[in-house]
Design a protein around this ligand. Structure first.
Ligand code: MN
Length: 729
């Protein structure tokens, strides 16, 4: 039976919060939570309120501010009782409400799977954490208490919670530098995720190594005396055993036996100044034999979670290997409490959430990354991908490398120069052609090491990333950028080929002046999710839509449009407002131009046309492919368009080449008369190849009628070829 009560919390809180108003608010929050959780029980059989109370106590031990304590007390009321967020906002303010919302799971939604549900909840929490980092501190306190009491859960849930803790929460605690909480979360979770190994390591530490533990006590005494005789007086020294999970990880990741792990035992020496850290290091190296390559200076180069310390591994005269950590008091506090030490509540200091967030982002590079990540990628990917990439890119162990200008960049272990380039800037990745590490050329799949100085070689003419880079890049961020580059490149190719195919089809239908608009695409293909002209080109390029279909629809549409325009124009005409020249050609800006149709190429409505400004006879309208244009002065050409509502016939000259045959002329004339086409002149000749050449002038309304004529003339077996006179091929 858990007998925790409000006084237990008050005792902790009173050690650093004294303002009566704050204490009053905390008490109010307790009473509110107690009332709302009344009659609710935990799986253990304890009253539910014991849980938020413990969470608040854990938070008070971290010396967080009153709002965070209040959020800890209220963290489950929205999820588990009838309280709504607005009530919390009204009673305790927006900051508290924001934190409570951040830790509240999405319970009212339906999910496709448990996995999906978990991913959505993680995403929600990570996004909330990007707005207010205290969300995760409350969540970690919540998780810590749940793990401490996990025995009450059924085995299946127990395992799931422990696995989730190792995958998400312990790494978050690590990234925040909260080592105490991290170590406890890890060891308690490992007990259920790998009980056999857990037991084995526990036994190894306690039994077979009790001798080592005893030895370490001797060594502590030895070092104490030694430092004193060397004149170092202000120091504290502790011995400790590495937490079980970190030993486990070393055994698994580095395939080591327990006996091969040097730093199972560690001695921590805490001194007053940074100078003394280095001095003590020198003394330790003078007395014991340092193990090569085991010295790490995290004072000069702090870890991304702000951790600072000197680490070295040495061997005693008796052959015992142990790690020595040397740091100042401030460093030690940050090492134990991490981010929480940074914002440890100071009374009478005005607190601004935004300022705090900013400072933290400055100190914790990865937090700045997370903020950027939230900004860039939350909409582009589903929750599972989002959470996975944060896990892989931000929460895993990292290497840090330098840019040539000395900036430190933090990347997941195993990252390559490609990951680095994309992390700095997308464009840098897209134009990258190679990399120099410590001034030597390395292959693109080189695995970056701590302390490498990396410069990225680029070339503006680079073709960009190739698909093989996807296998090399380690971070989801880089892979994502490479994929979108490749997709876009593919799209560009498809777009170009789709556009060309459509153009050819229009041309084969003798439509030259077409204009595709998004509305047309949306109306005709919107139901297939094709909404813009660009989309349409891409689909044609892919072959999912045939260019013929598009042209057919276009012709249908234009006809309908034309009919409505004709209707409208008739209405206009009836009101006496018609302003179209007799030829049916419109010249922009001129209401009554003097216009003549050329008698060389005989343009008809639907043809692409151009106007030639003559010296005496006004504007002459030519087909854009007229052979005579080559001999005309370019400066005098102007753009022209056909009116839509033309109601007249146009002369047109055709040349028909056919095999000589008695029926030929009759066939041609019959065809034309069935189509109701007037013939204004006719000239028939035979050449030496036994070919008949018919030059014929007919009257047609427009290019569509001409198409009908051509299609039917070609049906005559003897006809080989029909050309319009004076047009370039
Ligand atoms: Mn809870």
């Amino acid at each position: 039976m858990d007998n925790v009560c409000y006084n237990d919390l008050l005792e902790k809180v009173k050690t650093y919060i004294h303002n009566p108003k704050d204490l009053e608010r905390i008490y109010e929050a307790y009473k509110f939570a107690d009332l709302k959780h009344k009659n609710q029980m935990r799986k253990s059989g304890d009253p539910y309120i014991t849980h938020p109370l413990h969470v608040a106590i854990i938070l008070a031990e971290l010396h967080v501010g009153p709002d965070t304590i209040i959020a800890g007390l209220l963290h489950d009321v929205v999820e588990d009782t009838d309280v709504v967020l607005n009530e919390i906002k009204d009673k305790f303010g927006p900051d508290v409400a924001g934190m409570v919302d951040g830790v509240t799971k999405l319970t009212k939604m339906k999910f496709a799977s448990l996995e999906q549900k978990q991913a959505e909840n993680h995403q929600k929490m990570l996004l909330a954490m990007g707005k207010d980092i205290r969300v995760i501190v409350v969540k970690l306190a919540d998780r810590l208490h749940n793990i401490r009491t996990i025995d009450a859960q059924n085995p299946e849930k127990r395992e799931r919670i422990c696995k989730e803790t190792l995958e998400i929460y312990a790494p978050l605690a690590h990234r925040l530098g909260m080592f105490k909480i991290k170590a406890e979360l890890e060891d308690r979770s490992l007990r259920y995720t790998d009980p056999i190994m857990f037991k084995k390591i526990e036994e190894d530490i306690s039994s077979t190594n009790s001798a080592r533990l005893e030895n370490i006590d001797h060594i502590i005494v030895e070092i104490k005396d030694y430092l004193k005789t060397e004149g170092v007086n202000d120091f504290e020294i502790k011995g400790r055993v590495k937490n079980i999970y970190s030993i486990y990880k070393k055994m698994i990741n580095q395939h080591k036996e327990f006996e091969d792990i040097y730093d199972v035992l560690a001695i921590r020496i805490i001194v007053d100044t940074i100078d003394n850290c280095y001095r003590v290091l020198g003394l330790i190296h003078a007395k014991y034999t340092p193990v090569p390559k085991r010295f790490k200076d995290y004072i000069a180069v702090p870890k991304p979670n702000m951790y600072q310390s000197l680490h070295t591994t040495v061997i005693s005269g008796a052959g015992l290997t142990f790690e020595v950590q040397i740091r100042t008091k401030e460093m030690d506090q940050i090492a134990e409490l991490g981010i929480a030490a940074h914002w440890a509540y100071k009374e009478n200091v005005t607190y601004s959430k935004e300022k705090e967030q900013f400072e933290i982002a400055q100190k914790l590079k990865w937090y700045a990354d997370l903020l950027q990540f939230n900004e860039e990628d939350k909409d582009e990917s589903d929750p599972k991908t989002f959470v996975d990439s944060i896990r892989k890119d931000i929460l895993t162990t990292s290497v840090y490398v330098y840019t040539p200008t000395g900036d430190v960049i933090d990347l997941p272990k195993g990252a390559t120069p490609i990951d680095l380039a994309y992390k700095i800037h997308t464009e840098l990745g897209n134009t990258m052609i190679g990399a120099l590490v410590n001034k030597k050329i390395v292959p693109l799949d080189y695995e970056l090491q701590n302390g490498d100085i990396v410069s990225i070689r680029t070339n503006k003419n680079s073709q960009g990333p190739s698909a093989s880079w996807l296998k090399i890049a380690k971070t989801t961020h880089a892979r994502h950028k490479i994929k979108s580059f490749l997709n876009k490149q593919n799209k560009d190719i498809l777009l170009e080929s789709g556009k060309r195919q459509l153009e050819e089809e229009f041309q084969s239908q003798r439509i030259y002046n077409y204009e595709l608009k998004d509305e047309f695409v949306l109306k005709n293909f919107g139901k297939n999710n094709i909404e813009t002209v660009t989309d349409l080109y891409i689909e044609i390029g892919k072959g999912t839509i045939s260019e013929k279909t598009v042209v057919m629809k276009y012709i249908g549409e234009v006809k309908r449009d034309r009919e409505t325009i004709i209707q409208q124009s008739i209405a206009k005409f009836n009101r006496g407002q018609k302003h179209i020249s007799e030829t049916g050609v419109i010249v922009d800006g001129l209401t009554n131009p003097q216009i003549k149709l050329a008698v060389c190429c005989y343009p008809i409505p639907g043809d692409p046309i151009v106007g030639y400004i003559t010296k005496g006879t006004g504007i002459v309208v030519h087909h854009q492919n007229c052979k005579n244009l080559a001999n005309l002065q370019k400066e005098r050409l102007i753009n022209l368009t056909w009116a839509d509502n033309i109601n007249r016939k146009y002369p047109l000259a055709l040349k028909i080449l056919a095999k000589t045959n008695n029926q030929l002329l009759a066939d041609v004339m019959n065809t034309l008369s069935t189509l109701n086409i007037n013939v204004s002149s006719l000239n028939v000749k035979n050449n030496l190849n036994l070919e008949t050449i018919i030059k014929i002038k007919i009257l047609v309304t427009d290019i569509e009628e001409l198409d009908k004529v051509l299609v039917n003339l070609y049906k005559i077996p003897a006809v080989n070829e029909i050309r319009r006179e004076n047009l370039c091929a």
